[in-house]
Design a protein around this ligand. Structure first.
Ligand SMILES: [Cu+2]
Length: 72
């Protein structure tokens, strides 16, 4: 497989209140090599990321922006 193994992770994100928040969270996850589909209304990030990236890294990246992320 060209891009290696991927895994799907659903993260509940608390603290987002506008589209800018969505963009910040999306960018932070993208920076880790993930694809992220972030929903403001649901407070949810559907993340597809390289399998080698620990979920903790995703949570850390989101937390660093001031949001709370938990695995759903
Ligand atoms: Cu915002």
């Amino acid at each position: 497989m060209l891009f290696g193994k991927k895994k799907d992770v659903d993260l509940r994100i608390d603290g987002m209140h506008c589209e800018k928040c969505v963009a910040r969270v999306t960018d932070a996850l993208k920076a880790l090599g993930c694809k992220a589909d972030v929903s403001l209304a649901e407070g949810l990030a559907k993340v597809k990321c390289p399998a080698k990236i620990p979920v903790d890294k995703l949570i850390e990246a989101v937390s660093a922006l001031g949001y709370t992320a938990t695995v759903k």
